[in-house]
Design a protein around this ligand. Structure first.
Ligand SMILES: Cc1cc2nc3c(=O)[nH]c(=O)nc-3n(C[C@H](O)[C@H](O)[C@H](O)COP(=O)(O)O)c2cc1C
Length: 364
């Protein structure tokens, strides 16, 4: 495995970013991820310096019908601010109403999902289906903007499929004209879902087409990925999704690199253990024991990825139902990894052995 050289830090990226009057302390923000970016996870990435966090997407329909579950998704706290709450839906009137409710719930920014590729969403003309209907997207944004005082932003993909990708510029201009205060572009089409290369060219076209801030998104895991995105597109900020799963440190490490040009070492096993336990405790607090155990499994897999014995650990922990048992097993697993790396064995140098140097900024 060849480690990537750490490139020089990008110029101008250590300054704040303003979105519709909301000041972000930096230019690295957390992506919305359904099933992941609930309050406990957002709290951890905020703690590591993410300049903005975003909730999981919220259904405008469920919200206006006051479904209780949507309130749990929107729950936020002062320490994670600014927080963006993301809505999906395609009915301008309903989206206006939902936006007002989201503002009332404490959002600093209200984001419109124009990227979700899942059929359940697109068959109702929402998510990435809006890319095929820019005029409707414009009406939705305009209605949201009229209904709230907080900035409304848009998260889009490069297009529905490769054929229509040049429509990205038109789409971006339409939502900007309707009042969007910033646009994030995930550099893939709807047809690509979450795999394949990131289309920097189309992100660059969008950046040039509008005057509001544009954030680039897609497979940013290393300083190299970050600098390639910034240089190829000129985006004002970066949005990071999967690179932060099991790895909230991606924000602190990239931030430090941006400020100093130097990439801090990856987290130690002890730090990984502490972060994992903090995450689990947060999940229990928000979701209760049963759901915390279930939701925690994928995070545990991510926090332990790449450490020897992690497959067996996952298999064992996935059979546990009590959170105390999950936490003890997790502690034992990391303690074992520390021992294996010589941390507890006299005569072997602990500090270096304790850190797994990753190829990417993923903690594994
Ligand atoms: C499990 C998962 C859930 C996601 N949920 C959402 C969502 O609710 N809203 C949204 O706009 N994008 C969602 N996305 C897309 C991400 O925000 C992001 O655009 C995409 O993963 C590409 O960025 P990345 O390569 O840094 O992960 C999701 C992605 C994943 C992997």
């Amino acid at each position: 495995m060849v480690l990537e050289d750490v490139p020089p830090a990008p110029r101008g990226y250590d300054s704040p970013l303003e979105i519709g009057g909301v000041r972000l302390s930096g230019r690295l923000v957390m992506a919305p991820m359904a099933g992941y970016t609930n309050l406990p996870f957002r709290r951890l990435v905020s703690g590591q310096g993410a300049a903005m966090v975003c909730t999981e997407m919220v259904s405008s329909q469920a919200l206006v019908r006051r479904h209780e579950k949507t309130y749990a998704i929107m729950k936020s706290e002062a320490a994670e601010k600014p927080v963006s709450i993301q809505l999906f839906g395609a009915d301008p009137v309903q989206m206006g109403e939902a936006a007002a409710m989201v503002e009332e719930a404490g959002a600093d920014i209200i984001d419109l999902n124009c990227g979700c590729p899942v059929k359940k969403i697109t068959k109702n003309q929402a998510g990435s289906a809006l890319l095929c209907n820019p005029d409707r997207a414009g009406e939705v944004v305009a209605s949201m903007v009229r209904s709230v005082r907080k900035p409304v932003t848009v998260k889009m993909r490069t297009g529905w499929d490769t054929v229509g990708k040049n429509d990205a510029e038109r789409f971006a201009r339409t939502v900007e004209d309707a009042g969007a205060a910033a646009i994030t572009v995930h550099g893939r089409t709807r047809q690509a879902f979450f795999s394949g290369g990131v289309d920097m060219e189309t992100i660059a076209l969008v950046k040039r087409a509008v005057s509001v801030p544009v954030l680039g998104n897609g497979s940013i895991l290393t300083p190299g990925d970050a600098i390639r995105m910034i240089e190829a597109t000129g985006v004002d900020g970066l949005m990071i999704g999967r690179g932060a799963i099991g790895n909230p440190w991606i924000f602190s490490r990239l931030t430090q690199w941006i400020r100093t040009g130097e990439l801090p070492p990856p987290p130690s096993m002890r730090e990984r253990l502490e972060m994992t336990l903090r995450h689990l405790r947060g999940l229990v607090e928000l979701l209760g024991e049963r759901q915390a155990v279930l939701n925690g499994r994928k995070h545990l897999a991510a926090y332990t990825k790449g450490i020897s014995g992690s497959a067996a650990f996952r298999e064992a922990v996935n059979r546990l139902e009590a959170i105390e048992a999950v936490m003890s097993a997790t502690a034992r697993f990391f303690e074992g990894a520390m021992e294996e790396r010589g941390l507890k064995t006299p005569g072997r140098s602990g500090a270096a052995a304790n850190r797994a140097e990753p190829e990417s900024l993923h903690a594994a």
